[in-house]
Design a protein around this ligand. Structure first.
Ligand code: GDP
Length: 460
């Protein structure tokens, strides 16, 4: 009996004890992690393509597919079955529209991906912003079906708005999925493909995308051709490029500087095993266990005793990973969502005010002017805080030229520089230093009214 309990004890000591040296610096998964957002006009095929990718990469089993197919059939919407895998709620299914930003994981031998499925409906642009703000790569989905391509480009069409917003939010790599090539009005016609691509090329140039950062490719979300494998020569003899997944795999690795300072914005927390466990994403640098960290903006010293990634204990987590961080040296009340974990040598600024460049999207009908004194809610990384426009600094015209004099007020559809004061101290960064911690949206009465980038932080 004695021997048994002794062996039990030694087992648990090994588990809880220090990790062996060989384990140090061994990543849980070496493949790059990339967040992909699908953008484009409603009905262009975003959900269909993302659903199809999940099937083709083995993330969704046939039974689930079958289940959703049946639901779709009952509702007389057969062709929507793949979209249903991602559109989760009953309400969304009835409407046949994607409302929230859907999330799904898939991987290739080269990389791991999270798909953020952004809705294309006009009223849901804010959710698309949330998706795009977290994305590394944008896939702009375009329908080539006669009439549909044209509609996406008309006034009020979202092809332009999404491409423009994505650019504003920092997406620099764009893959254009020229979809519905199988449609009977298109039939894999090179002429139709060239026509659509030519129009897009001209337009995306005006959005500020460099030619080298855009890849165009023909595909069909419905049949799956051109998604995983290159579309066959029989179907599309004139195309000599890559498939969608091959294109994503071939994009140059996202510049993630492992020597950059650590930043882990906290989304949520809970208590377990004598630790406060915080949930977050490593947005910059490398997180190591058995290190002393700072919790900003309070500046409290905390001990990172353990790290969890995908339910596994790891000693190190790289940039882009979603992590559970086990903290000692703090109570639940010391930790808040919106706090940022960083190293003592490079602490995240404690902002009380900021200067920014922002684009005013769509002001409220009963508050159509943005002036000094306007108060609303700032959403920046995981922070949500009340703020006030202290001062309008300048207005920017379409060519990007700043006005000499500050405007007294601006309306929807304007680019403006302004100073915001915050109701409480928050951890944040300049956009040019840490893009993920320096881009924001402004919301008022539940509606997104502006998007922007922090250019200067005023510290407490
Ligand atoms: P979303 O609003 O962009 O997410 O578009 P959905 O994925 O919901 O697709 C809208 C409609 O287009 C559905 O009826 C789909 O079946 C159809 N669709 C999507 N992709 C294709 C395609 O490649 N070919 C054809 N023929 N139809 C497609």
């Amino acid at each position: 009996v004695k021997a048994k309990s002794a062996s039990k004890k030694s087992e648990s000591t090994t588990k809880k004890g220090k990790k062996s040296n060989e384990e140090k610096d061994v990543y849980h998964d070496d493949r790059e992690h990339v967040n992909v957002v699908f953008i484009g006009h409603v009905d262009a095929g975003k959900s269909t393509i993302s659903g199809q990718i999940l099937v083709l990469t083995g993330q969704t089993d046939e039974r689930t597919v079958q289940k959703f197919k049946e639901i779709a059939k009952q509702k007389n919407r057969d062709s929507w079955w793949i979209a249903y895998i991602m559109d989760t709620s009953e309400e969304e299914r009835n409407k046949g529209k994607t409302v929230e930003v859907g999330r799904a994981l898939f991987d290739t031998p080269k990389k791991r991906y999270t798909i953020l499925d952004a809705p294309g409906h006009k009223n849901y642009v804010p959710a698309m912003i949330v998706g795009a703000a977290q994305a590394d790569v944008g896939v702009l989905v375009i329908s080539t079906r006669r009439g549909e391509f044209e509609a996406g480009f008309q006034r009020g069409g979202q092809t332009c708005e999404h491409a423009m917003l994505a650019k504003t939010l920092g997406i620099t790599k764009l893959v254009v999925a020229v979809n519905k090539m199988d449609d009977e009005t298109v039939n894999w016609s090179q002429e139709r493909y060239d026509f659509c691509v030519e129009k897009l090329r001209k337009y995306l140039k005006t959005c500020g995308y460099a030619k080298k950062d855009i890849t165009y490719l023909p595909l069909s979300g419905l049949t799956g051709e051109g998604l995983k494998d290159v579309v066959s020569k029989e179907t599309c003899p004139w195309y000599g490029g890559l498939s969608l997944l091959q294109t994503l795999d071939s994009l140059k690795s996202i510049k993630r500087d492992s020597t950059a300072p650590l930043r882990v914005p906290i989304i949520d927390k809970y208590k377990d095993m004598g630790c406060v466990i915080t949930l977050g994403k490593v947005e910059s640098g490398i997180l190591r266990s058995d290190t002393t960290l700072l919790l900003m903006p309070s500046g409290r010293k905390v001990q990172c005793v353990n790290i969890g990634v995908d339910d596994q204990e790891v000693s190190i987590a790289k940039c882009g990973e979603n992590v559970n961080v086990y903290l000692k040296g703090c109570e639940m009340s010391d930790v808040h969502s919106g706090d940022v974990l960083c190293e003592q040598a490079s602490r995240c600024p404690r902002a009380v005010a900021l200067d920014c460049q922002m684009y005013v999207l769509d002001l409220l009908e009963h508050k159509p002017l943005l002036t000094a004194g306007y108060s609303c809610v700032l959403h920046i990384h995981t922070v949500i805080v009340e703020c006030e426009v202290a001062e309008l600094l300048f207005q920017t015209d379409k060519a990007g030229k700043k006005s000499k004099r500050p405007p007294r007020f601006v309306r929807s559809g304007t680019s403006v520089g302004c100073r915001l004061t915050l109701a409480s101290v928050c951890a944040m960064e300049r956009y040019k230093d840490f893009s993920q911690l320096g881009r924001f949206t402004l919301r008022d009465e539940g509606k997104t009214i502006a998007i922007g980038k922090v250019s200067k932080v005023y510290e407490a």
